[in-house]
Design a protein. Structure first.
Length: 86
């Protein structure tokens, strides 16, 4: 099975957004929850999505965000950010 990551902003709790098999048809785990201002969060998302553009991936079973938020790999910088923030 192919492993991928989804990176995106949600104003709802993750279980509200992906709390059913229909909403998220894949196994998942949270790598990082980062409470920050909306502006900081948006800026961070835009930065890392640009850096990971070459890794963008569209899974075969669609879900909310599957066309714009999925990546086959994360940049080393983003992996370090996740590790440092955890």
């Amino acid at each position: 099975m192919k492993s991928s990551s989804s990176c995106g902003i949600t104003v709802n709790h993750i279980l509200t957004r992906y709390g059913s098999v229909k909403a998220m048809p894949y196994s998942w785990e949270i790598l990082l929850e980062l409470p920050a201002s909306a502006e900081e969060t948006y800026d961070m998302e835009v930065k890392y999505k640009r850096e990971m553009e070459q890794f963008q991936y569209t899974p075969s079973i669609p879900f909310n965000g599957s066309k714009t938020e999925c990546y086959l790999n994360l940049t080393e910088e983003f992996k370090n950010f996740i590790n440092d923030a955890s």
